[in-house]
Design a protein around this ligand. Structure first.
Ligand code: PRP
Length: 180
């Protein structure tokens, strides 16, 4: 692979999804989401930090009114699903009750993050709750809610770029690559 100045000399193993492939798929997801929500208020909730690039591209491909807000969740080890174990470092200011909520996640790995958030968000009594994930490794043993919208099946490798990090680096790569 050609050197990319953005990696600071760190070698990437391979590009898994290139920029054009991502852009085409995100546009399709935007069309699917537009079609899936003919009525009602839609709040697109991005889970930070990993979803920030995906979310910003995705909402520009959704052709209907919507609101954007974010979640920042604190991790609590490997506890199983319990809303009591979720602490939001940033809690959306937008009222969620009675609205369609679309939770946007960059990658589903073990599924723990989503399981916690789904439980917590259901308590807010949204009109509907669905997940849009860019990548899914398909290794989660149990998901409270399967993503209704999925960008790509993801190989079980260490993935960086397009929002995803390794030790906070590589988030700004415009493509998705594997490190190892
Ligand atoms: C990563 C990723 C997902 C989560 C997936 O977030 O962005 O949110 O892990 O893993 P799981 O399915 O095993 O729960 P991370 O906690 O690294 O924070 P970040 O989004 O700020 O990178």
């Amino acid at each position: 692979m050609a050197a990319d100045r953005r990696t600071g000399g760190r070698k990437l193993k391979r590009i898994v999804f290139d920029q054009d492939t991502i852009a085409r798929r995100v546009a399709e997801l935007g069309q699917d989401i537009t079609a899936a929500y003919p009525d009602g208020e839609l709040v697109v909730l991005g889970l930070l930090k990993g979803s920030f690039i995906f979310l910003s591209d995705l909402v520009r491909c959704i052709d209907r009114p919507l609101q954007v807000d974010f979640l920042v969740a604190a991790s609590y080890g490997s506890d199983t699903v319990s809303s009591g174990n979720v602490r939001l470092l940033y809690d959306p200011e937008t009222v969620l009750k009675g609205k369609h909520i679309l939770l946007v996640e960059d990658i589903v790995d073990t599924g723990r993050t989503l399981n916690r958030l789904v439980t917590l968000l259901r308590e807010r009594q949204p009109l509907s709750l669905e997940i849009c994930a860019l990548l899914d490794k398909h290794i989660a043993e149990h998901l409270e809610l399967e993503p209704a919208f999925l960008g790509f099946d993801c190989p079980n490798e260490f993935i960086v770029g397009y929002g995803l990090d390794h030790a906070e680096n590589f988030r700004h790569l415009p493509y998705i690559a594997s490190l190892t």
